[in-house]
Design a protein around this ligand. Sequence first.
Ligand SMILES: [Fe+2]
Length: 317
Amino acid sequence: MTLPFFPITPLAFDVGIKIPVDLYVQHAIDASPVHVLSFDDVLDAGKLARIENKRLLAPADTVAKQELRRLFRQQLETAIEDGSMAPLRKAAIIVETLRGDIDEAFTSRTTRLMVETARRWGKLLIELLPPLCLELNDYYGVLQHDGHLGSQATNLSIYSFILASSFQFDDKELEEFLMGAILCDVGRIELPEDTTAGVQQNHSTDASIPRSHAADGFNRLVRDAIVTRPQLMMAYQHHERLDGSGYPVGIPGELIHPWAKMLAIVDTFENLTCARPQRGTVTRRQALTTMRQEAGITIDLEHFRCWESQILEPTKT
Ligand SMILES: [Fe+2]
């Protein structure tokens, strides 16, 4: 059942903000949302305490989404200028702004807007994320794992940034790679269930996503002149597997583009860790255990080991 709410991270809110929509908290994954803050409430310490570390929900209607997008865009401008703001709060604001923009682009069902949004955010992310000096486990706490298409594209871009840090990417390549990560599922743009935010729905398992989305995404992107060949391959091949068991073609590993192989690592992790009502929550470690069995067989072993080390042995530089 789709609930008319979508999750947002409480960390993106701070004292002094005027709340633009009614907000709710959900005390358990199957519990009914409880109203906690009203439209136009100004957050003070007491009100902030009511949402901190809670599962916070906003109504999934168009107006509420627009109002929150406007708030987070303003917040982002402040965050960029504010040298004293905690990195984790900045990350939460970046993530919510990015997610709102991607959601808007997906909802428009316009490939051109998706490409332009991905291009802009590819550039922004390589400016905004490195100074935060955060690790995967930090980002994991401010990302949403609800299986919604906008959340998944957001997560893939952040995860791709983390994974790429283990490899020799210059800024231009990294920008291109992150843009490709945001765009890889553009072939799902026409799926009506993906354009409606939900709290407990999930459309992210391989079994529930039409396999045609990889080729559909390629066919949409190939008509856009600013999309590069590696980005096309990321969309077309991110479900291909080393042993030829993937789709849309079933090509062997040596024919899969290196960036599509890298994306397959974070895409697999995202699909394993996003919410699935029928199985409950899968932890990062459980996801790694599953992926470890596939490493070197269907997914690249070196890429997996780098990803695993980001979770098990994080090292701040
Ligand atoms: Fe996909």
